[in-house]
Ligand binder design. Structure first.
Ligand SMILES: [Zn+2]
Length: 483
């Protein structure tokens, strides 16, 4: 039994070998598997259930604001993909193509969607005729393929990933800009208040914006290995695609106008962020609001009184299920309680209930928090209240810890030496910046890869000189190495 207990745990420590730790967590918590397709992963039920929760939450939000789901073909004819020049240039190195059907060469090769702007907007041009057809507010839940050649990392960088892509068309620029911000702040809410990961919201520089957009807004998180992670983006496409695809409408003033468009996406890479942000040396730690299982009940069974302990455990499970908690009762034979504790800790279940014969007699049970290991003996009559409270505390505590980490990870750099040191020490830096792309290129060269993560919406007085080139600064920007 001793040996078995060792096998399920992690051998790598998060603080010592982050990459190995991450790979062990996603495999041993039974989230993913590899297959014979290189660069792709299998989402096993333990990770897919997290994605389903993310979908449920975000889908509810967008439907409330009038968006509808739809589905477009995953194949995009080459001629269509090439219509918007900047867009195709941005994606072409990673596009996977279908060139054959059986033994027959296709007349026109088909791209497997890297994103759906072009295939959707061909239809938008047919559907949008008058101001009455606007706004058009559609979303797709699908997968996209981007054939990366960099080493794959589960959830964070794989050739196929799952996401949602929202695509809207509006009568005015103001309406479109409002939509861009509304969706970005839906992401902020989803990521901060459900995933318990604090983010910086801001605008991307021209160098980092989406290919074909007027501008891109982003939410950026910072991971414990010292790298920034883009969690979701929302783009103002302006009239760029409308002009190429001829999305025109007759406005109230009887004039024909091009529509204003947005697109926005959030992917399964956020699952990787949850693993990295909250996990520890025992495995995954899931925020209750995103966890597929909230509470696991492990009866402490001896030969005698087994029946009453199991009966009590079932009664507790029933009570908690009635309060809409997802509960697992682990009454499997052949495993020690200690082995079960390890397994459920590895899988990140936020709360564990232990109950033995003496507890049953005393009408009590033990609650154990996954995030702090804290043990709390409570009366059965207080069960619902105490569980609710503990889950809320865990959710709050995870966010608080992550927020403290983010705050101390951003170093304000007043000269370029500070800037270089901060990046070398695996921090992000906030610095005055001139806004010129050449300057951003120099920063990337000199730091071996740091990029401008965003220009935060929260700007304090930005007067002074650019940290790199000394020219008049335009704003405060956040730089760091990214995923
Ligand atoms: Zn500069």
């Amino acid at each position: 039994m001793e040996q078995k207990e060792e096998q399920i745990g992690l051998s790598a420590k998060k603080s010592e070998d982050f990459n190995e730790w991450y790979n062990q967590v996603v495999l041993k918590a039974d989230m993913i598997d590899y297959s014979s397709v290189s660069g792709c992963i299998v989402f096993k039920p333990n990770s897919y259930a997290i994605w389903e929760n993310i979908q449920k939450i975000f889908d509810g939000k967008i439907k409330k604001s009038g968006h509808k789901n739809c589905y477009f073909p995953m194949f995009i004819p080459e001629s269509l993909l090439k219509k918007e020049a900047e867009h195709v240039e941005g994606f072409s190195p990673e596009v996977a193509w279908v060139t054959k059907a059986g033994n027959t060469d296709l007349n026109e090769k088909l791209a497997i969607r890297p994103t759906s702007e072009t295939i959707m907007y061909e239809s938008y041009a047919k559907w949008v005729r008058s101001w009455r057809d606007l706004p058009l507010l559609l979303n797709q839940w699908n997968s996209v393929v981007r054939w990366e050649f960099k080493h794959a990392k589960p959830f964070l960088r794989t050739r196929e990933f799952l996401w949602q892509e929202g695509h809207t068309a509006h009568a005015t620029k103001e309406d479109a800009e409002k939509e861009v911000m509304q969706q970005l702040f839906e992401y902020v809410d989803l990521i901060e208040n459900y995933m318990a990961i604090p983010v910086i919201a801001g605008k991307k520089t021209d160098k980092e914006k989406f290919a074909g957009a007027d501008y891109t807004t982003t939410v950026e998180a910072f991971m414990p290995d010292g790298r920034a992670l883009q969690m979701g983006t929302s783009h103002l496409l302006g009239q760029n695609f409308a002009k190429v695809f001829n999305i025109k409408f007759l406005d109230k003033d009887e004039k024909e106008k091009y529509a204003w468009q947005t697109s926005w996406g959030l992917s399964t890479r956020t699952i990787g962020a949850i693993v990295m942000a909250h996990g520890d040396d025992k495995g995954l730690v899931l925020p209750p609001k995103i966890a597929p299982v909230h509470i696991v009940i492990v009866p402490i069974i001896f030969k005698e009184k087994k029946d009453i302990v199991i009966a009590k455990s079932k009664e507790i499970a029933k009570k908690l299920k009635a309060k809409n908690h997802n509960v697992e009762l682990d009454d499997r034979d052949g495993y020690t309680p200690g082995w079960k504790f390890n397994e459920w800790e590895l899988k990140g279940v936020p709360l564990r209930i232990e109950i033995g014969p003496k507890d049953v007699e005393a009408e009590q049970l033990v609650l154990v928090r996954r995030d702090t290991n804290e043990k709390l003996t409570i009366k059965v009559k207080d069960l619902e209240k105490k569980v609710e409270q503990a889950l809320n505390d865990i959710q709050d505590n995870l966010f608080k810890k992550a927020k403290e980490y983010l705050t101390k990870s951003i170093v304000e750099a007043h000269d370029f030496n500070d800037f270089l040191n901060a990046i070398k020490n695996r921090k992000m830096t906030r610095a005055l910046y001139c806004g010129q792309t050449e300057c951003e290129d120099s920063i990337k060269d000199k730091t071996e890869g740091a990029t401008c993560r965003c220009i935060p919406f929260e700007q304090k007085h930005a007067k002074g000189k650019c940290v790199q080139c000394g020219a008049e600064a335009k704003y405060w920007a956040v730089f760091g190495k990214g995923y």
